[in-house]
Design a protein. Structure first.
Lengths: 103, 125
């Protein structure tokens, strides 16, 4: 099975910061990667699919890049609503999550 | 408007069988390319995919849980049912159902665009 490894596990940042989260696959997955945002007590929300496609209604400050085994999610200017946990996903495998905390 | 809602017992005893129902609206599981998955999340932990059922009744299961899971659908009722046998305290989690739309699916991968709110299942005697 393909393993997905996210880094860092926790990230402390301030409003306005540029934030980057990395997801590495144990083998090449082409561009078949998604990113989700999850807030406490809520279901995950799809942000990015096919590595770089922005889901409808998601703010443009979110962007994704990468292919093969290394992918990144970037938040260009962190907003108060963005403090949450972020997961990458390749079909049936999720990363372990990255919690974005207030610095 | 697409919605999914999970229902089932909040508490089950060890060794019992869990049955969860996902009732959805706003789409049909008869549509080519449409799929529904079950995903769980233990408290404070990551998401874990469990099973998927497709519009053509193809079914897929987590390798580690395959012997304990059964997924089925009732297209006329807009429901997907998951059963998990021999429940254990480590199975305590929030269980979600989620939709895969044809635009987010092909043979190389798939993604979830709509999720239910989740249902917390606690396994305890």
């Amino acid at each position: 099975d393909i393993q997905m490894t996210q880094s860092p596990s926790t990230l402390s940042a301030s409003v306005g910061d540029r934030v980057t989260i990395t997801c590495r696959a144990s083998q090449s997955i082409s561009s078949w990667l998604a990113w989700y945002q999850q807030k406490p007590g809520k279901a995950p929300k799809l942000l990015i699919y096919k590595a770089s496609s922005l889901e409808s209604g998601v703010p443009s400050r979110f962007s994704g890049s990468g292919s093969g085994t290394e992918f990144t999610l970037t938040i260009s200017s962190l907003q108060p609503d963005d403090f949450a946990t972020y997961y990458c996903q390749q079909s049936w495998t999720f990363g372990q999550g990255t919690k974005v905390e207030i610095k | 408007q697409v919605t999914l809602r999970e229902s089932g017992p909040a508490l089950v005893k060890p060794t019992q069988t869990l049955t969860l129902t996902c009732t959805f609206s706003g789409f049909s599981l008869s549509t080519s390319g449409m799929c529904v998955s079950w995903i769980r999340q233990p408290p404070g932990k990551a998401l874990e995919w469990l099973a998927r059922i497709d519009w053509d009744d193809d079914k897929y299961y987590s390798t580690s849980l395959k012997t304990r899971l059964t997924i089925s659908k009732d297209t006329s009722k807009n429901q997907v049912v998951l059963t998990m046998t021999n429940m254990d305290p480590v199975d305590t989690a929030t269980y979600y159902c989620a939709r895969i739309h044809p635009r987010l699916y092909d043979s190389s991968g798939y993604y979830y665009d709509y999720w239910g709110q989740g249902t917390l299942v606690t396994v305890s005697s």
